[in-house]
Each structure stands twice: as C-alpha cells, then as structure tokens.
Design a protein around this ligand. Structure first.
Ligand SMILES: [Zn+2]
Length: 233
C-alpha cells in the first residue's frame, strides 16, 4: 500500500499521499501552521518540490491557511471544487453556520470573532483543476463531491481509505463524529449515508485519528436528530 503521512499539527491533519512520482498534499492547516509543516516535511526527508498536487477538501482557514504559500513555493497544481473558488478568493470563513453543541457556542463565537482563526491569504483558483474530471484516476485516486460541513466538501478515495475533510470529526471537541460547524445538516447526513455505502473502509478526517466507517454508520440517525445552534445571532 502506498505511503500516507500526516504532517499536520495536533489540531488539523495535513496528509501527504504518495504518487508514482512525487506527492499529493491534502489540505494546508492554519496560516500560522506553515513552519510546523516545513519542519515535519524536513524530518520525513520530503522535498517540497516533489509535491505535485494540493487537493483542498473545503475552504476553512484551518485547511486553506498556507495554501497560497505552498502553491507558490512548490509550483504544485491546485485541485478544488468549483464552489470553492469564490470562497478562496475571499480569504475568510463563511460564518452563516450552525454549531453542533450548545455548550460549545461561546468558544465558537469567540473563535468566529478572532481573525487569526478565520482568515487566510486569498487564493486565485481560476486555474485550479476540477477534481470531478478525475485527474488522478491513473494513480488509482477517485474524487467525489459531498456537502453539509460547507456548501461543497471534496473527498478522495485512495486504496481503501476515504479522505473526508471535516464531513466528520474524531477530535477537537466533536461528539458522535459530528463536525463542529455545519452549514446544512440534511446535506451532511446524506453525505454520511453515501460515505457508508461507498467503497473504502477507513475514514481519514481533518481533525483526529482515522476510524472505521462502521462507527459513522452507527451515528447517522442521531446526527439527523441533532439540535443545532446558529453561530451568529
Ligand atoms: Zn472545516
């Protein structure tokens, strides 16, 4: 099985996936995580120039944080869904969202009011590759679009592993694998149903450790009934 490294921080995962030649990077942490990433890559002996593609699961500052810097430094091609382009150009998180647990509302409102956690260098994604054209089919990598955490969430299947961004979470205060921020819970639940039905056994999430798909299946009905709170009044 090909190598997969997590070069992220204790908060956000940043996966490097081995290609026949070079690497595919999935997500890019907060803006202030860049130095951590550089150190982690050096420890693994990975030349930044060998990163050929960067796939973005969704546009949040903890996933697109140093995207602009890594693209200009490596010359890698960006792979992102068309819906991500406008948000990438804005450089700021969408805040018309629901929070998954009432107890977490105060800390999420504080975070939402803190530019350090909500902004990133804007990226011009006009030349990005549309993942649904399956640009890495020759590498055995399949892209698909789901949604609910944001308006469109990009996922990848690599061997029996599903990289799902923040469609579900296994850490950072999440319960029952729910993401903390949800734009559309009906869409999220539908995404979970589709993930459970598709090929691939292990979910590689944006926050927390990978976990077997069966655990998500057991939480779908509870997620559908979850009471959500609006982030901004
Ligand atoms: Zn997110």
């Amino acid at each position: 099985m090909r190598a997969v490294w997590n070069l992220g921080t204790h908060f956000t995962n940043t996966y490097l996936i081995e290609l026949a030649e070079g690497w595919l990077l999935v997500d890019t942490g907060y803006p202030f995580d860049y130095r951590h990433f550089l150190r982690a890559a050096k420890r693994k002996g990975i030349e930044l120039s060998s990163i050929r593609y960067v796939a973005l699961t969704h546009v949040h500052a903890d996933h697109a944080g140093y995207l602009k810097r890594i693209l200009s430094y490596t010359g890698a091609s960006l792979i992102c869904l068309p819906a991500a382009r406008g948000r990438l150009a804005s450089g700021v998180n969408e805040k018309n969202v629901y929070v998954s647990r009432r107890i977490l509302l105060p800390i999420n409102r504080l975070s939402a009011a803190t530019p350090r956690f909500q902004t990133f260098e804007p990226v011009d994604a006009a030349g990005a590759i549309d993942p649904l054209t399956q640009p890495l089919a020759g590498e055995g990598i399949t892209f698909f679009a789901l949604g609910g955490h944001t308006d469109q969430d990009l996922c990848l299947r690599v061997d029996d592993r599903l990289f799902v961004g923040d469609l579900c979470m296994n850490g950072a205060g999440a319960t029952g694998y729910s993401p903390l921020w949800i734009e559309d819970n009906d869409a999220l639940v539908e995404s979970w149903r589709r993930l459970v039905r598709m090929e691939g056994e292990t979910l590689y999430v944006g926050h927390g450790k990978p976990f077997p798909k069966g655990k998500l299946a057991a939480r779908i009905e509870k997620q559908a009934k979850r009471k959500l709170c609006k982030l901004c009044r």
